[in-house]
Design a protein. Structure first.
Length: 66
């Protein structure tokens, strides 16, 4: 029984390694894309925050004379 299991593992090992390397390479490429998307989203959030602060300041200036 153990020898049968060992033969099965040895026969499938190259395929498992090949699939693992393919998965690792495809994942490494997509991580850089996700990092770029995250950077773009962070920049957009910063721009939105600046605009919201400007709106808040404008609204406070309108409220002061009351």
């Amino acid at each position: 029984m153990q020898q049968w299991l060992m033969e099965l593992i040895v026969s499938w090992l190259p395929f498992i390694i090949l699939i693992g390397v393919w998965f690792w390479l495809s994942r490494a490429g997509s991580l850089s894309k996700f990092a770029r998307i995250y950077e773009l989203q962070l920049d957009e959030t910063k721009r939105t925050n600046v605009l919201l602060e400007r709106i808040a300041i404008s609204l406070e200036k309108l409220r002061l004379p009351q």
